[in-house]
Design a protein around this ligand. Structure first.
Ligand code: FES
Length: 129
């Protein structure tokens, strides 16, 4: 209970085309930091958790590094991620990927587009004989 995201993550106007932002959202009952990236009228989002060592990718809240190629660069050890699928294309976790978070743009706002069924339903108590 109390884990519904009833407010938008961000106004689309607050995010310039090609820019990143960081915001928090409640996912499965936990507050998580998200990376938001705008491309035209579309916005993509990933957990702000690097698959290399689990650190945040921004060097200060909402401050992300970008390579000359346009890749998102983790501030901790320099892993680089392409911005279509969040795949690590260079650096210490090459071949891994950021965890995508479904978002949608509606009425000029960016919203979580999470399925209604909580993941906790899949982790019920186990019986052992
Ligand atoms: S934690 Fe991101 S590159 Fe090491």
């Amino acid at each position: 209970m109390g884990s519904l995201n009833v407010e938008p993550l961000l106004s689309l106007d607050a995010l310039a085309d090609g820019a990143f932002a960081e915001t928090e959202a409640v996912l499965d009952g936990d507050a998580e930091s998200l990376i938001l990236y705008r491309q035209g009228d579309a916005v993509r989002a990933w957990l702000n958790v690097c698959p290399h060592a689990g650190r945040r990718l921004d060097w200060a809240p909402g401050k992300f590094m970008q390579s000359r190629e346009g890749w998102l660069v983790c501030a901790a050890h320099g892993a680089s991620f392409e911005l279509e699928g969040g795949q690590c294309v260079a650096g210490p976790c090459r071949g891994d990927a950021l965890r995508p978070v479904p978002v949608e743009v509606r009425d000029g706002q960016v919203w979580l587009a999470m399925p209604a069924a909580p993941a906790s339903l899949m982790h019920g108590p186990r019986t052992s004989g």
